[in-house]
Design a binder for this molecule. Sequence first.
Ligand code: R5P
Length: 281
Amino acid sequence: MKVLCGPASPSLGKKLSSFLGAELLQCEFKRFPDGEVYVRIDEVDEPVTVVQSVCSAEDFIFLTLILDALEGVDKIVVVPYFGYARQDRKFKEGESISIRALARAIESDAEKIVSVNIHSQMAKNHFRRLIEVDAMPVIGENFKEDDIVMISPDMGSLKRVEIAAKYAGCDFDYLEKKRIDADRVEISPKEINVENRRVLIVDDIISTGGTIVEASRVLKSFGAKRVEAVCVHAVFANFALNKLYNAGVEEVTSTDTVEKITSRISVAEEIAEKIKNIGYS
Ligand code: R5P
């Protein structure tokens, strides 16, 4: 087995190759002056694990071209962050179900797809050959020496936070969030005991940062001594990280599903375990 790191996932791909004891497959990526992209991959006569997050339309085009260049080769496709998963249904008549469209395209050219914390069960239902990695245990482990309380910003993330808290050996609780629009959320008042505590807000995705900013404001009003945040997927749209620090969030940590300055927790080992279980060599 060889590992091919797509342009969105070079570091995670490299770590994964070490855990698998597999060599990197040489490849070339280019962007033409008009914005079109180009892929060339060295010839290969063994199975390949392709690692490429899909955070943007261009990431998806790169992945499509990589899979095409590997025509005829057995492929496991690792998409550590699978974007477009929040459009997992038709909210209005006539809409596309984005995650279904992407899942169909990738599954048509891959033996298995491995991804990390896909946003919802509804999104997962659009896949036929998906293997999911849960980053919550490794996130929890990362904080096990710390005297913290973990907070889920909404009911939807509560199950995830419960797992992270179990691995960290800490208390946890949740807030009640209502989304107003793509950038704004409202958190309803709810009794929660964080007075003088170091609080860690745990979420699957930080996109605009609106959820964490509002949760942080509410937690501070309840007397939290220090507010930090951790997420699986650090999407950070529209200068979200600046927004978080400006709002007084002291520290932001993420995994490497989206490679950012905050990616201090790696999910490479967890992904490697899943791939080993598939049984390619
Ligand atoms: C929502 O259901 C998710 O778990 C995240 O809370 C949400 O995607 C975060 O988005 P934003 O950073 O834009 O508030």
